[in-house]
Write a protein that binds this ligand. Structure first.
Ligand SMILES: [Zn+2]
Length: 135
């Protein structure tokens, strides 16, 4: 059992890592960035089709920013370049998701949110908007 104790805590190092505030920032970035795979996998398994939930993009953005901050601290050009531009598609996907969510229409009859450009409520069949009903 001593081998396990030595593996976890050895010569003042937890898990063999010499900890500092910056190590916490870097490892938190790693943990957040890595967790996105489980979020995406769970969402896909739940719906039985490939799904990329909003949480995936938030975890991607948060994790990559923490790793970028850590890489600047380490002054590692390879690591900096790896995370310098990844925020662009993450933010773009969040903006597109937000706009799509805002474009949903509420059914005046049952108050269910219907996809953008819907003419009729998918739940109760009521017209969503008279001006959008087919002629
Ligand atoms: Zn309805």
């Amino acid at each position: 059992m001593e081998w396990l104790t030595d593996l976890i805590w050895h010569h003042g190092k937890f898990l063999g890592i010499e900890w500092s505030v910056w190590k916490v920032v870097g490892w938190t970035g790693n943990a957040v960035f890595f967790s996105r795979f489980f979020v995406q996998w769970y969402a896909t398994e739940k719906l039985k089709r490939v799904v990329v939930p909003t949480a995936f993009w938030w975890l991607s953005l948060t994790g990559s920013l923490l790793l970028l901050i850590y890489s600047f601290r380490q002054r590692d050009s390879v690591f900096i370049f790896a995370y310098l531009f990844t925020w662009i598609p993450y933010i773009r996907n969040l903006v597109i998701h937000h706009r799509h969510a805002q474009a949903h229409l509420e059914c005046p009859h049952c108050a269910i949110r219907c996809p953008p450009h819907s003419n009729y409520c998918f739940s109760c069949g009521s017209p969503i908007s008279p001006d959008k009903a087919p002629a």
